[in-house]
Design a protein around this ligand. Structure first.
Ligand code: FAD
Length: 305
């Protein structure tokens, strides 16, 4: 397992801004994520200091170069799951690695992917879940389906095997992006991948059946939503963070309710602009630096006594 001081999830303006502060302060900083949406040929006209229009791509490239200059390790890798450890650190599982971090900054932006099931909301808390580590336990021995097309869904399905052998994946009609390695593991554990599209859910007091557009029905008492890549909401569920809808609650220093976890940028949902993401990223970086220093002092004191 790799060990870092500060793990930043997201390579947009918020994550890169945090990294400039944390790496410059000498913290071992790892930034994961891939090109954010804004890193295309979009023209940015309203960011401070650029009298000539700059593209989102160039702004992000400059931010990455600046963070790298101070020693931040920047990798294109997706976080599949993150959990609190017993020692107060955080363990992230990514597509390529497993990482332990003393502090985490969530800068994942917002996810707009929805499964498109008409009555999904009616079954939230009655079988529909967004968090295997929170609700998997309630599904012991029951038939469950994970809805999603990528490695995030595959990882959730494999995690569910701790609770039930009856696990299926449904890609919801999307093209599969599950890697060969995950496909092999799904096959090894007899987890089928259904490529149809679920239209509605059915059940009297809780979820009992999934109805596909084709008219086919299958039994399922649990439906775990894991479309696209894991989002800040998914991380909020597994870390126990307070949310306001899909946004993460923070104080004015970008601290969440869990010590050591900070959030910045669009995932906090204030004013979704680059300038705000950069400012919140700086605050989150500063708060994470303080947390790591405090943690080091506490660990040293413990060792001394
Ligand atoms: P994002 O920039 O969305 O970055 C999120 C990062 O998180 C990405 O790197 C992504 O790969 C990563 N990530 C997500 N999930 C995971 C995971 N599971 N594992 C690892 N990494 C993950 N704002 C302006 O101020 N001016 C403009 O002109 C402007 N134009 C825009 C044009 C477009 C097309 C878009 C989409 C946005 C525009 N915005 C503009 C808004 C601005 O881009 C956002 O407010 C800003 O990018 C938010 O930054 P962020 O760092 O919070 O998130």
């Amino acid at each position: 397992m790799e060990n870092v001081d500060i793990l930043i999830i997201g390579q947009g303006p918020a994550g890169l801004s945090s990294a400039i502060y944390t790496a410059r302060a000498g913290m071992r900083t790892l930034i994961l994520g891939c090109a954010p949406k804004v890193a295309g040929d979009y023209e940015i006209d309203n960011y401070f200091g650029f009298t000539e229009t700059i593209t989102g791509k160039e702004l992000i490239e400059r931010g990455k170069a600046q963070a790298a200059k101070f020693g931040a390790d920047i990798r294109c890798d997706r976080v599949l799951a993150i959990h609190n450890s017993e020692t107060g650190s955080f363990i992230a599982k990514t597509e390529d690695n497993k990482i332990e971090a003393a502090s985490v900054i969530l800068a994942t932006g917002v996810s707009h992917i929805r499964p498109g099931i008409s009555n999904l909301g009616d079954y939230e808390g009655k079988g529909v879940s967004y968090c295997v580590s929170c609700d998997g336990f309630f599904m012991r021995g029951k038939p469950v389906v994970v809805i999603g097309e990528g490695n995030f869904a595959a990882n959730q399905a494999l995690e569910l095997l701790q609770y039930t052998p009856e696990v299926k994946i449904c890609s919801q009609g999307k093209e599969l992006t599950i890697s060969d390695e995950f496909l092999y593991r799904l096959d090894e554990h007899n987890i089928p991948v259904l490529e149809g599209k679920i239209a509605t859910l059915a059940g009297d007091t809780g979820l009992e059946k999934l109805r596909f557009e084709s008219g086919e029905e299958i039994d399922a008492q649990g439906l775990f939503v894991a479309m696209g890549q894991a989002s800040s909401s998914d991380f909020a569920y597994s870390l126990g963070l307070l949310r306001n809808g899909q946004f993460i609650e923070t104080d004015r220093d970008q601290r969440t309710n869990v010590p050591g976890v900070f959030a910045a940028g669009d995932c906090v949902g204030r004013f979704m602009q680059i300038s705000v993401a950069v400012g919140e990223g700086a605050l989150a970086g500063r708060a994470a630096i303080s947390h790591v220093k405090e943690r080091r002092r506490t660990l040293l004191d413990k060792e001394a006594n």
